[in-house]
Design a binder for this molecule. Structure first.
Ligand SMILES: Nc1ncnc2c1ncn2[C@@H]1O[C@H](COP(=O)(O)OP(=O)(O)O)[C@@H](O)[C@H]1O
Ligand SMILES: [Mg+2]
Length: 198
């Protein structure tokens, strides 16, 4: 097995075209609590992936979940992380995907180009470690805000056009009325500005 990535919560291995995401021990937590947390979070992540995959969202095919090892086995997506290969054309695709995910009642929780992989013309969404089920406008707005911020900090050269392309595509696909989401989005931005000036 080859180690592909070493994050703060998980190690990613690759084995013959399969990705294994194992949630690692956190020494600062009491052992029993750590065990339980890793199990429930890892299982929740697997379940969200399966739900989205079954509903035709572009996510790696979840293969199996091994509870005692806290491992998620999934299809490997052969491609490049969007963080390293982002272009303006991708923004529209991400907008469509985010709206479809929100239409299914899922909040990603860490919507950045580091959690997207481009393979050919398709973009895949990965890393559902912070995902949860919600259709609330304010939760949806947080996802959009996170993505906007990721564009601003990681892809600043195309940020404005990219965000506008993302939003245009998003609005064309989202089934909820965007006005409600937008109110929360403006609210989050307002609070952010206020906090930053102090
Ligand atoms: N299904 C996959 N196919 C290809 N690469 C993957 C896959 N899942 C994860 N990776 C790689 O591993 C990295 C970390 O995975 P991720 O699920 O984002 O974990 P973390 O929670 O540590 O951020 C990703 O940025 C990506 O490069
Ligand atoms: Mg990640």
């Amino acid at each position: 097995m080859k180690v592909l990535a070493f994050g703060s919560e998980a190690v990613i291995y690759e084995k013959e075209g399969i990705i294994i995401k194992r949630r690692i021990k956190k020494g600062y937590r009491i052992k029993e609590i750590d065990e339980r947390l890793r199990k429930t979070r890892s299982k929740a992540e697997f379940n969200v992936m399966r739900f989205l995959y079954e509903n035709s969202l572009n996510v790696p095919k979840p293969l199996k979940y091994i509870e005692d090892k806290k491992e998620i086995w999934m299809e490997k997506i052969d491609g490049k992380r969007l963080a390293e290969s982002f272009s303006l054309e991708d923004a529209k695709e991400v907008g469509i995907m985010a709206a479809e995910m929100h239409n299914l009642g899922v909040i990603h929780g860490d919507l950045t180009t580091a959690n997207m992989i481009k393979a050919g013309k398709r973009i895949y969404l990965i890393d559902f470690g912070l995902s949860y089920h919600s259709s609330k406008d304010e939760d949806i707005a947080i996802d959009i805000f996170l993505f906007k911020n990721a564009l601003k900090s990681k892809h600043n050269d195309v940020y404005k056009e990219a965000y506008s392309a993302f939003l245009g595509a998003y609005k064309s696909k989202i089934r909820k009325e965007f006005k409600g989401i937008d109110t929360h989005l403006k609210d989050i931005e307002e609070r952010r500005r206020y906090n930053e000036s102090y």
